[in-house]
Ligand binder design. Structure first.
Ligand SMILES: O=C(O)CCC(=O)C(=O)O
Ligand SMILES: [Mn+2]
Length: 204
């Protein structure tokens, strides 16, 4: 495990390896069958657009999540998601009641730069991100200036974002020509279900 210090009290814990290659590829195949992936529509700068990836939100009953004007009620935990949650909780030393599963079908799928700073996550959330499938570049950029941090997230890696990371940094997964399919699971703790929150600058 490698600890990476960020500016202003943010830090990352990078577990490489976390899942063995055979475990990661079995999880990828199982999730493809278990998870009801959808291509969601979001509102950005007054326009309605399709997100450039598939996703699904799973969690305990009541763990609803709202971002980019999109309100997601949780799907129930599947066997594979429950098993992965237990392993991720043990490694991260935190408990999670929900997970956002993203499916990047190829190198044209991406995630725009954003911070996971919605009010229902509370202040300084611990977010544990498990990657399966193709290796992709993950970029963190300070909101107020400073050096970018770029990581390569490969099959079976676990990246824990902690401290003030969501407050001071944005992160994203740019397009990367020629890449194969990838999944990423971000385990989170939803604290409450506040009123819907809409940010028009959120490019997810
Ligand atoms: O796919 C990734 O590595 C990042 C996913 C992410 O930032 C998110 O789900 O909020
Ligand atoms: Mn994120």
């Amino acid at each position: 495990m490698t600890r990476i210090e960020l500016l202003h009290g943010g830090f990352l814990l990078f577990h490489d390896p976390f899942l063995a290659p055979d475990e990661a590829s079995a999880a990828f195949d199982a999730l493809l069958a278990e998870v009801p992936f959808r291509q969601e529509t979001i509102r950005l700068f007054g326009k309605t657009i399709l997100q450039p990836r598939l996703s699904a939100w799973h969690g305990d009953p009541g763990a609803s999540y709202t971002y980019s004007g999109l309100s997601l009620a949780p799907n129930p935990w599947t066997p594979t998601l429950s098993a992965l949650r237990a392993r991720v909780e043990a490694a991260a030393g935190s408990t999670f009641n929900s997970v956002l599963v993203n499916h990047y079908r190829g190198g044209d799928d991406s995630m725009g730069k954003h911070a996971d700073d919605e009010p229902e996550l509370g202040t300084n959330p611990v977010i544990a991100s498990l990657s399966l499938g193709a290796r992709r570049r993950f970029v963190l950029e300070p909101k107020k200036g400073g050096d970018k941090v770029t990581l390569e997230l490969g099959e079976g890696n676990l990246l824990v974002m902690a401290g003030t990371t969501q407050h001071h940094y944005r992160h994203g997964v740019p397009k990367q020509a020629g890449r194969g399919p990838r999944m990423n699971l971000t385990f989170r703790r939803i604290l409450s279900t506040p009123a819907p929150h809409v940010s028009v600058e959120d490019p997810r």
